[in-house]
Structure formats: structure tokens, C-alpha cells
Design a protein around this ligand. Structure first.
Ligand SMILES: CC(C)(COP(=O)(O)OP(=O)(O)OC[C@H]1O[C@@H](n2cnc3c(N)ncnc32)[C@H](O)[C@@H]1OP(=O)(O)O)[C@@H](O)C(=O)NCCC(=O)NCCS
Length: 161
């Protein structure tokens, strides 16, 4: 199958800035800052590139040697539903993890459903717990949430492999 994007480690500072712009457009202003996209110990950060421009990212951190938390997968609106998220997840699992590592992820649920549900399920992650409105104290205070409707409306669903 022809791949729409190229997946790289997110080490280039221009790509990190482009990822921050994508984050603002899908998660809202101030949800992430540039440090979220900078390389760190025990962090896996990947970027999806189309013509050398970032169009998506995947960031995860090792909780311990057997468990990794998928912090965030984001794809710019124009490139969503074209398998960029699938390519990022596939690369992450195939090239960065051994089979024995368990993946956990928190996906948000709003009135339209769970954005990352199909992507998570496709890669063997199952919903195991509804953690409720974990963002209620920060939502539209420390970051500007695109889903804020006079109150925080999103719940967090924990997925695990
Ligand atoms: C969730 C997201 C990362 C998926 O990336 P993507 O490149 O659009 O995903 P793909 O095209 O590879 O599709 C993967 C599956 O998810 C489904 N999907 C994609 N976007 C979806 C959405 N917004 N709502 C529901 N399902 C969606 C597709 O139908 C697909 O399933 P299929 O392969 O069985 O048809 C992307 O839509 C996104 O960035 N959303 C906003 C941010 C977000 O919710 N991030 C996850 C939480 S951190």
C-alpha cells in the first residue's frame, strides 16, 4: 500500500514548531507547549511528514520497562481519516516497542464519541475504565478547549493493550 506520509523521530526543531501549531488547531491554545515536542529521556516522539512538513505526531513515555503511556496522537485536520494516525501507530508499535510492552492511553469522549477509539481498537487497545471529567479544573482555564460549552464536557476513557 502506498504510504501518504513518512514517519521520523521528532528531533527537528522546525517540525516541533509545526507540531505545536497542529496541537493548537485540534486540542486548543496552550494545551501543549513546545517542550512537549522536544526529545527527552524515556520519551518516544514521532512525526508524520508530507513534503517535509509535519502533518501529525505521536508522543509516548515509558512508565517502566514493561509499560508505556501513549500521551497523544494528533493529525492536522486536513490530513485526518487518511491513515496518517494508522501509519504513526504502526511505526510506533513495530519499530519502537517490543511485544512485551503494555500500552495505555487516555482518549477523550464527548458528545460525538471517542475520537481515538477506532485507532486504538485497530491496534489491540481496549477501553477498560471511564475516568470521568479529569480535565475539569484546567479546561478553558490553563488551556482553551475547543469543546468547552460553558462547562467542561469531555470524559477520559482509559484504553489498554
Ligand atoms: C484520532 C486521530 C489521531 C486519528 O488519526 P487519523 O489519521 O484521522 O486516523 P486514520 O485515518 O488512520 O484512521 C484510523 C481509524 O480511526 C477512525 N477515525 C479517524 N478519525 C476519526 C474521528 N475523528 N472520529 C472517529 N473515528 C475516526 C477511522 O475511521 C479509522 O478506522 P478504520 O481504519 O477502521 O477506517 C485524528 O483524527 C486526530 O488527530 N483527532 C484529534 C485529536 C485526537 O482525538 N487525538 C487522540 C487523543 S490524544
Amino acid at each position: 500500500m502506498k504510504q501518504l506520509v513518512k514517519i521520523n523521530d521528532l528531533t527537528n526543531s522546525t517540525h516541533q514548531k509545526q507540531c505545536l501549531i497542529i496541537s493548537k488547531s485540534i486540542f486548543g491554545d496552550l494545551y501543549h507547549d513546545i517542550s512537549f515536542f522536544e526529545p527527552k529521556k524515556n520519551i518516544i516522539s514521532l512525526v508524520a511528514l508530507k513534503n517535509e512538513m509535519a502533518v501529525g505526531f505521536l508522543i509516548a513515555h515509558f512508565i517502566n520497562t514493561k509499560k508505556i503511556k501513549l500521551d497523544c496522537v494528533g493529525v492536522s485536520k486536513k490530513f485526518q481519516k487518511q491513515k496518517v494516525g494508522t501509519q504513526l501507530m504502526y511505526y510506533f508499535i513495530k519499530n519502537k516497542l517490543s511485544d512485551s510492552v503494555k500500552i495505555v492511553a487516555h482518549a477523550w469522549k464527548n458528545k460525538d464519541g471517542i475520537n481515538a477509539q477506532n485507532l486504538n481498537i485497530k491496534f489491540g487497545l481496549k477501553p477498560i475504565l471511564n475516568l470521568g471529567k479529569i480535565w475539569v479544573n484546567e479546561c478553558n482555564k490553563s488551556f482553551k478547549c475547543p469543546y468547552y460549552k460553558g462547562r467542561c464536557t469531555c470524559e477520559s476513557i482509559e484504553f489498554s493493550s
